[in-house]
Structure formats: structure tokens, C-alpha cells
Design a protein. Sequence first.
Length: 93
Amino acid sequence: MRLAFEAEVFEWRGPSPYYFVEVPEPMCDDLRVAARDVSYGWGVVPVTVQIGATSWTTSLFPKDGGYLVPLKDRVREAEDIAQDDVVELVLTI
């Protein structure tokens, strides 16, 4: 399954600051169905993400009925992404 969308980058300030984008709600229904077959626990969904010329593997985090895509520092640096930027992503599950 491939999902393409745009979303705003936000910072989560926990013990370690991290940056995420939220998967739009209409796409979360499809992800919940896919999660039944691919999740390896706690509802996380393994994916390959592409932003610009950069792709990487990660897991979507379930949060409040939706999913968050974590953005690694190396990805943000490679693609010159900052907090509040709107980015185009492609998820492959």
C-alpha cells in the first residue's frame, strides 16, 4: 500500500525532542486495517517513508486514534526541513 500526502512538521518535547508529521485522518482507516497484518506490537506500523530524495524505514506511532511519522534528524537535515514546514511524504507499507 502507498499513501501520499502533505503535512506540517511539529516538535514533540519529551525527554528527547523529536519531530513528527501526522497522517491525515482519512488515511488512518486504511492504516488501521493494514496494521492488523503488519504490526509487530503496540500498534506500530513498519513503513518506508520518502520525502524529496531521501527515503528511510521507520514505524508509525499510534496516537489518539491516528498515526505519527517520526522524522529523523538526518532526514530533516538532508531535506532542509524545519518545524512548521509543510512536507510531502510517500509512505509504503
